[in-house]
Design a protein around this ligand. Structure first.
Ligand code: NAD
Length: 382
């Protein structure tokens, strides 16, 4: 069953206010309504997908397709409630619209979530069912990997739909090296703006997380002459970084307070919060982690303290830019040249932020909106 909601039902928030004694999860199930949902932001379409045979329960949210068909990963997560799943789908799909617009892609924003445990509930039947739901949208949404979803899972979906991205035979493969390259170019833009430095040579960069992105980022930074301070929960990878890059290792707690030119979070979300803000001793925060600001007020606080923040969805767009080049003609050099433009986009955001006195994350949102809102698209085409 594919249920697409096109008309409002009851106001979810009002129902909760009027019935504080009712069970929240039961309310979620009974009153979930995308139009009055706090995360609803003019989304074009929200599809609720149910397949009895495989047990698939999923939501596909298409936020905006003004620039082109929506692209966005699929997240598999054991959400505590249907409302949590809807919240994620609405929020993440909106984020993809902004990300694609600032990456200069002719793509819109979409995202899907599968409600379930990625460790125990995966099956070919389930992913093929998901593929059929994606196919039924006729290309308005293309699916790719995200948390809990591997390349192999997307390949199973691809048996039912051509609207998939991020699989090796489509050319681009693992997005992490291109994401890391984009972060490296973003750090260069940030230090040019804030420290008036044309390269990272001689600068000290604190990297949190030495996974797929963090490790590749360290290689770029080290090759360019940066001094590295690193941390991870995995001691083996730390030892490897000390040996390979001459990095200084610190504990996971100590990374926030180190004196450095750049703090590059490449592990966790919500890393800029009340606790860490007090500790930071850097002029620049620029890394790959998604959703770095615990709340918008933390972005405002960074701005007030004179810490230049490279908005996460701009600096970590290298992977999606690379994927946009997929196909039989895939040319890595061309794709990476496109990724390098993150440098200039961030430069423009930093200048706008300075000129208007607004925090960088807000300046980024405004620039993205200029690039995907129908009014501005029409006037720039005229
Ligand atoms: P990953 O899982 O490969 O690496 C994360 C690393 O962080 C691991 O080495 C892990 O041990 C370490 N880590 C976990 N908790 C930590 C802690 N408390 N302190 C220090 N280190 C810790 O993930 P990744 O693909 O490298 O992605 C890193 C971040 O970038 C994530 O937030 C991800 O959402 C974001 N991102 C990744 C991509 C991509 O292309 N992979 C694209 C956009 C955004």
């Amino acid at each position: 069953m594919l249920l697409r909601l096109h008309k409002p039902t009851e106001n979810f928030k009002r129902v909760i206010e009027m019935n504080p004694h009712l069970d929240r999860q039961q309310l979620d199930r009974n009153t979930m309504t995308p139009f009055s949902h706090p995360e609803f932001d003019g989304h074009e379409e929200v599809a609720f997908c149910n397949d009895a045979e495989s047990g698939l329960k999923a939501i596909i949210a298409i936020h905006n397709t003004n620039r082109g068909p929506a692209l966005g990963g699929c997240r598999m997560w054991p959400y505590a409630s249907d409302d949590d799943a809807l919240t994620d789908a609405l929020r993440l799909s909106r984020g993809m619209t902004y990300k694609s617009a600032l990456a200069g892609l002719n793509m819109g924003g979409g995202k899907s979530v599968i409600i379930g445990n990625a460790k125990s509930m995966k099956s070919e039947t389930l992913f093929r069912a998901m593929g059929r739901f994606v196919d039924s949208l006729g290309g308005r949404y293309s699916i790719a990997e995200d948390v809990g979803i591997s390349v192999a899972d997307v390949e199973m979906m691809a048996q039912e739909t051509e609207f998939v991205a991020g699989t090796p035979e489509r050319g681009a493969g693992d997005p992490s090296p291109s994401t890391a390259y984009g972060v490296y170019m973003g750090i260069r833009a940030a230090v040019a703006h804030r420290l008036n430095r044309s390269s990272v040579s001689g600068l000290t960069i604190a990297v949190q997380g030495l996974g797929s992105v963090g490790w590749n980022l360290c290689k770029y930074l080290s090759d360019d002459g940066a001094k590295l301070i690193v941390t991870d929960i995995d001691q083996t990878v730390i030892a490897h970084a000390v040996e390979s890059f001459g990095a200084t290792a610190v504990t996971t707690d100590a990374i926030y307070g180190v004196e450095a030119d750049v703090f590059a979070p490449c592990a966790l979300g919500a890393i800029i919060n009340d606790e860490t803000l007090k500790l930071l001793r850097v002029p620049v925060v620029a890394g790959s982690s998604n959703n770095q600001l615990a709340e918008p007020r933390h972005g405002i606080e960074l701005h007030k303290r004179g810490i230049l923040y490279a908005p996460d969805y701009v600096i970590n767009a290298g992977g999606v830019i690379n994927i946009s080049h997929e196909g039989p003609e895939y040319d890595m050099e061309k794709a990476f040249a496109h990724v390098a433009k993150i440098h200039d986009t961030l430069g423009e955001i930093f200048k706008r932020s300075e000129a208007s006195g607004t925090p960088t994350f807000q300046a980024a949102d405004h620039l993205a909106e200029e690039r995907f809102r129908r009014e501005t698209l029409t006037s720039s085409a005229a």
